[in-house]
Design a protein around this ligand. Structure first.
Ligand code: NPW
Ligand code: ADP
Ligand code: K
Length: 495
């Protein structure tokens, strides 16, 4: 399990501030670079002991500086090393210049690099400072290395990956492993960057936690270290109502399965009771399929109002297969007015596509009570301007959406981001690709609902649900269908 420091995610601009603070407090930046480059060399030797030659590609900034240290360390370990430089090494400045001078071997121009089978490439062209598309010589190197499928060890980030957004600038190396320093950067976690990093090793080069914390902006890797303590303990005396009562709205007779998936997941995720609220025409279809999940007819606002008199109904899931947009909006209003907690998914989100401003004020008061679980398409319906703004990272988008809606936003995908209106954001990395299957999102909504019903704060409820959903995907394995997921939800992780 991660320690809290292991979960830190710091964007490159804030890392630059960390570096400045470290220097101001008397920490030698040259020493940091030495440790960074040594760590790269050690990792490369460990992972590729049979390399015929290490080819170190050094860029024009400090990432290149790390490369020169790695070249020296690999050479000192007896390996065959060749260095190729982008730009004239004589024009390097500061620490990178010092490390280039300390490299006793030659540095040929990058244009002369001809990869050979058996090479292991150390990519030290660009890291945190990449500011625009890769230059031509770097693009050619990426292509040549890709053609021979040579293993790449990336220093800090695969060159071409934007450390802030995970976007590819022109082209990028596809690394077998990435050795980064101090903590993860968003580009290691956000797609497509994550898929280009290979295994990520985070190396502590000795920057004290007090400096890191000063510049960390509440972005973390989603991990039980963050929310493990958020589940209220079920004492010996617990009964089903103390474990929370979740209600899930069913769709019409022809579309009941999605809500049943949510309900089943809610029960498996720990809600004491789950009731499916069904319109009259869908009662028979639902009744034929349910056992532990209870069934109740709710066919209009009056039925719902009566139901809301039962204060034990703590949390609701609305959206999976729901279908009726007008009724969705009316139900959401009732639930909000009754002060209940709501997971709004799928059709429940789409119902507000033309009028998101009608949704947000309903849940504006007090601690967040609304959890929105959009995929990218649904997100664009509620937040079209944020979806279109190409300068924003996925983390930025989720954070701004959460602040605007006063909801916890779960922006789904391979790199699901969970954001709170108070600015906290988590990036999830445990979901296997085979979770992308019809109905998988319905299961997630049910898990979030179960956590809300148990009284967890909305952010922790959502984040832990995303993590358990990812674990369930791993446990159920490749080839799973959404129906396999509820039974695979792992127990609550105890630290
Ligand atoms: N605390 C830490 O984490 C530590 C970090 N360390 C290391 O420092 C690295 C960050 O170093 P960095 O800031 O010098 O940035 P880096 O990526 O080398 O590139 C900057 C240069 O590239 C240039 N440039 C940019 N884009 C370009 C393009 N497309 N095409 C052409 N040129 C382009 C840019 O020029 P400019 O944009 O100003 O014209 C500038 O000259 C970090 O990734 C890690 O490896 C360690 O040493 C130890 C401690
Ligand atoms: N490539 C992927 N890797 C891992 N998880 C994914 C990937 N693509 C989607 N997911 C997850 O699968 C689920 C799909 O939900 P959703 O898009 O609502 O589909 P559905 O409506 O069919 O249930 C989400 O939890 C999402 O985060
Ligand atoms: K790099």
């Amino acid at each position: 399990m991660h320690s809290e420091r292991d979960t830190l995610v710091i964007p490159p601009a804030d890392m630059a501030a960390v570096d400045r603070d470290a220097a101001d407090s008397g920490i030698s930046s040259l020493g940091l670079m030495e440790r960074a480059g040594q760590a790269v060399a050690a990792a490369a030797l460990r992972r590729f002991p049979g390399a015929l030659r290490f080819v170190v590609l050094c860029g024009p900034g400090n990432n290149g500086g790390d490369g020169y240290v790695a070249a020296r360390a690999l050479s000192a370990a007896g390996a065959d090393v060749a260095v190729f430089a982008l730009g004239d090494p004589a024009r390097l400045a500061g620490d990178a210049a010092a490390m280039s001078s300390a490299w006793a071997g030659a540095a040929a121009p990058l244009q002369d690099f001809r990869p050979e089978t058996g090479d292991v490439v150390i990519d030290a062209l660009f890291g945190a400072g990449l500011a625009r598309d890769l230059p031509e010589a770097a693009l050619r190197a990426v292509e040549a290395v890709g053609t021979l499928a040579l293993p790449v060890v990336a220093v800090d980030l695969p060159s071409g990956v934007d450390g802030r957004t995970g976007a590819v600038l022109g082209a990028a190396f596809k690394a077998a492993m990435t050795v980064t320093f101090v903590c993860r950067k968003p580009g290691h976690l956000l797609m497509p960057g994550r898929s280009l990093c290979g295994t990520v090793e985070v190396f502590d080069i000795g920057i004290p936690a007090r400096i890191l914390m000063r510049h960390s902006r509440h972005i973390r890797l989603n991990s039980p270290a963050i929310w493990g303590g958020a589940l209220p303990a079920a004492g010996q005396a617990a009964h089903k109502y103390t474990r929370g009562h979740l209600a899930v709205f069913s769709g019409p007779a022809t579309a009941t399965g999605a809500a049943r998936l949510s309900a089943a997941a809610g029960l498996c995720a720990g809600a004491g009771l789950v009731t499916l609220l069904s319109p009259e025409p869908a009662l028979a279809a639902n009744a034929a399929q349910l056992t532990a999940v209870m069934l109740k007819e709710v066919d209009g606002e009056e039925d719902l109002s009566r139901l809301l008199e039962d204060r034990r109904l703590a949390a609701f899931v609305l959206g999976p297969g729901f279908g009726d947009m007008e009724r969705a909006r009316a139900y959401v209003r009732r639930i909000a007015e009754a002060g209940r907690r709501l997971v709004l998914d799928a059709d429940g989100i789409t119902a507000f596509r033309d009028a998101p401003e009608a949704l947000f004020p309903l849940f504006a008061e007090g601690a967040p009570r609304l959890v929105l679980t959009p995929h990218d398409g649904e997100f664009a319906r509620l937040f079209p301007d944020l979806a279109e703004d190409g300068t924003l990272s996925k983390i930025d988008r989720a954070q701004q959406a959460a602040a605007r809606s006063h909801a916890v936003v779960v922006l789904k995908g391979a790199d699901t981001v969970i954001a709170s209106p108070d600015g906290r954001a988590l990036v999830n990395d445990n979901a296997p690709p085979w979770l992308a299957t019809a109905g998988s999102g319905d299961v997630l909504a049910g898990i979030v609902g179960a956590h809300l019903a148990q009284g967890m704060p909305a952010f922790e409820a959502a984040a832990s649900a995303v993590w358990r959903h990812g674990e369930a995907g791993r446990i159920a394995g490749e080839g799973l269908t959404a129906e396999d997921l509820p039974a695979a939800i792992p127990p609550w992780p105890r630290p």
